[in-house]
Design a protein around this ligand. Structure first.
Ligand SMILES: [Zn+2]
Length: 183
């Protein structure tokens, strides 16, 4: 990393953040180089809990699915959670990064993981209207009748946020009879 001239190394930051920057920016070669150098794939600061981040989560935010795959193959912890207890899968769904969601679903056995607000990946995707993510998560048997801390289900979120197409992704989405609550 000493001779690395790329912008993913910020001279004002600790070097351990470089792989996070590279993953977020989509610098495939930099990520590979940092992995080869044995960089930590996760940053977990006890004194700065809000800085709890992984390269995997950063790649998921910006939708760099190739980097997501590289990191997972390099042993990145798919169950790692950020400061709000979101996994990379939840983060990818929150940002509508469908290709990342699909890659993560190959590795993440906990499709219904809940963050601090009781939000699952499906709740995020349904709430924000990301149809492709919703479809991929339902394909992977994500719980449909899950509720978050506001007692909202994916279906309520989807109908409330004017994305009626989402409720048509699969007919079983209608099974819970909640559509009437919103109309
Ligand atoms: Zn770079």
């Amino acid at each position: 990393m000493e001779n690395h001239m790329c912008s993913c190394i910020n001279p004002r930051e600790d070097r351990k953040y470089a792989i996070l920057n590279a993953a977020y920016a989509g610098h495939v070669e930099c990520v590979k180089e940092f992995i080869a150098e044995g960089c930590e794939l996760e940053v977990d600061e006890e004194e700065w809990p809000r800085d709890r981040k992984s390269a995997l989560c950063m790649a998921a935010i910006s939708g760099h699915h190739q980097i997501v795959e590289i990191l997972l193959e390099a042993g990145s912890d798919v169950a790692f959670t950020d400061a709000t207890k979101m996994t990379a899968l939840g983060i990818a769904a929150f940002h509508g990064q469908a290709e990342c969601v699909r890659v993560l679903l190959k590795y993440d056995r906990n499709v219904d993981h809940e963050d601090v607000y009781g939000e699952t990946a499906l709740l995020h995707a349904a709430c924000l209207g990301y149809e492709e993510c919703v479809a991929a998560l339902i394909e992977s048997d994500a719980l449909l009748n899950v509720t978050d801390t506001d007692a909202m289900t994916p279906l309520i979120w989807a109908t409330q946020n004017s994305k009626p197409a989402i409720v048509k992704v699969r007919p079983e989405f209608m099974m819970f009879g909640l559509y009437g609550i919103m109309s």
